[in-house]
Design a protein around this ligand. Structure first.
Ligand code: IPE
Ligand code: IPE
Ligand code: MG
Length: 245
């Protein structure tokens, strides 16, 4: 029996994590090790993104959030940022065909105003086109920062308090959750970060309070379906206590 099948049978498909977050890291190092430009790593990473998110839908995951570009990634050289934005553009262009017949709702989360008008139009069109889909919700985090997301919520609340629309005493954790991009979605149960780095890098700061992390040294372009199954399998062996006994 192949390794893939062995892992596959070990996973309990009746108790999958509802929401998986993936920090798609390691594209640059993957390319460098092969003597390729970083952009080649990003191109391969984009292919991997499609493969793994499709697989998530196939096995029955309901929510996937992929970290594609952080608010801090704007500080990279312009040529690299441009290459990444081009890949996003290509994905948005092809998504109609590739998602045809699939029950996938796509949402782009992050600081949209930083994106070009042309990207924005394509994002809005794809979101509208898939808004009624149900089986898998795919949050694509672009120009996303977890702290920024919380700052935005604070601004909204301050504005409402100033206008007398809310009483500060009435603000709860649920109020905050409802102001995140992921309002109405469950918090991520499992967050996967390949590439060997063991940090969140500003990913889902509010939502990840009780997420389980799974780290791997594999670079994102080399990540496999089996790695995903291994992460889920390990997640299923953990005991989540949420502070209780
Ligand atoms: C992840 O790969 C993609 C983005 C952050 C946009 P990196 O580009 O961070 O690759 P490494 O970490 O330098 O290898
Ligand atoms: C995190 O990766 C952001 C994405 C994967 C999109 P980075 O490569 O930007 O994170 P750091 O700089 O290693 O923390
Ligand atoms: Mg990186």
């Amino acid at each position: 029996m192949s390794f893939f099948h062995r892992k596959k049978t070990e996973v309990d498909f009746d108790h999958l994590p509802k929401h998986i977050g993936i920090i798609m890291d390691g594209n640059g190092r993957w390319a460098k090790r092969r003597g390729l430009p970083r952009s080649a790593g990003h191109a391969r990473g984009a292919e991997k993104f499609k493969e793994i998110t499709t697989f998530c839908g196939d096995i029955g995951i309901s929510y996937v959030t992929v970290y594609a570009f952080s608010t801090e990634n704007w500080n990279r050289p312009k040529a690299e940022v441009d290459a990444l934005m081009r890949l996003l553009d290509e994905y948005l262009e092809r998504a109609y065909d590739e998602l045809r017949g699939k029950d996938v709702k796509v949402r782009v989360i992050g600081e949209r105003h930083m994106l070009s008008d042309s990207l924005l139009q394509k994002i809005e069109a794809l979101e509208k086109h898939t808004a009624h889909k149900k089986e898998l919700t795919l949050n694509l985090a672009v120009s996303y920062g977890g702290r920024q997301e919380i700052v935005n919520a604070a601004k909204t609340l301050a504005e409402k308090a100033k206008n007398g629309e809310i009483n500060p005493e009435d603000i709860t954790e649920d109020t905050m959750s409802s102001l995140m991009y992921t309002a109405g979605q469950p918090d991520p149960d499992l967050i996967i970060r390949p590439s060997g780095e063991k940090r969140s890098s500003n990913f889902m700061v509010w939502q990840s309070a009780y997420s389980e992390y799974w780290f791997s040294n594999v670079m994102w372009p080399a990540f496999t379906k089996n790695d995903l199954l291994e992460a889920i399998h390990e997640y299923q062996k953990r005991q989540r206590r949420f502070g209780a006994l």
